[in-house]
Every structure is written in structure tokens, then in C-alpha cells.
Write a protein that binds this ligand. Sequence first.
Ligand code: ZN
Ligand code: ZN
Ligand code: ZN
Ligand code: ZN
Length: 99
Amino acid sequence: MKNLERVNRYCTICGTEAVYVCSKCGRPTCRKHYSLLRNLCSICESLLCEICGRNLSIGYCIRCGRVGCEDCLVQLSTISYICVECLRSWGGVHDCRQA
Ligand SMILES: [Zn+2]
Ligand SMILES: [Zn+2]
Ligand SMILES: [Zn+2]
Ligand SMILES: [Zn+2]
């Protein structure tokens, strides 16, 4: 017995028939605008943290320029962030744990 969910809507990005629904934003998307690897539409994928790839990004690292989420970015000032990886190679401003 198959109970396939019908997505009778259209891709919000290009307007062709939607095949998938984004697991993050619920937006119907076509095959072209969906990443099966991440279960995300291409909009969410482009907003995704480039460091962990799990959460939506909140800003970008002033050092490497990658976008990151609140877990992966450390706030330096009201508008600037640095990612945890750069922070580590930078000597660790906030992280005083020694490996
Ligand atoms: Zn599309
Ligand atoms: Zn999405
Ligand atoms: Zn992250
Ligand atoms: Zn960085």
C-alpha cells in the first residue's frame, strides 16, 4: 500500500511543477531547485551555514568570508563575526580550553 504525498503546487523559485517540499521552510520545489543530499530547497541551501551545514546562517566570518550559524560564529562586535575555525587558528579569543 502506497500513500504518496502529492505536491500539487509549483516550485516557488522557477514556477514549474514541484516535486519536493523543503524540510526547512516547507516551500514546494522542483527537482532542479532541491538538494536531495540535504533535503533542502536551493534557497535554504544558500542560506545554510557553510561550516556545519545544518543551521541557517546569521552572518559571515570577517576572516574567511563564509556564512555561518550562531553555533559556528562568534560575535566580535554588533556587526562582525568570526567563525569557530578561524577563531581557532587565530589563537582563540574566547575559547580558553586547551586541546
Ligand atoms: Zn524550480
Ligand atoms: Zn527551503
Ligand atoms: Zn553552523
Ligand atoms: Zn572563518
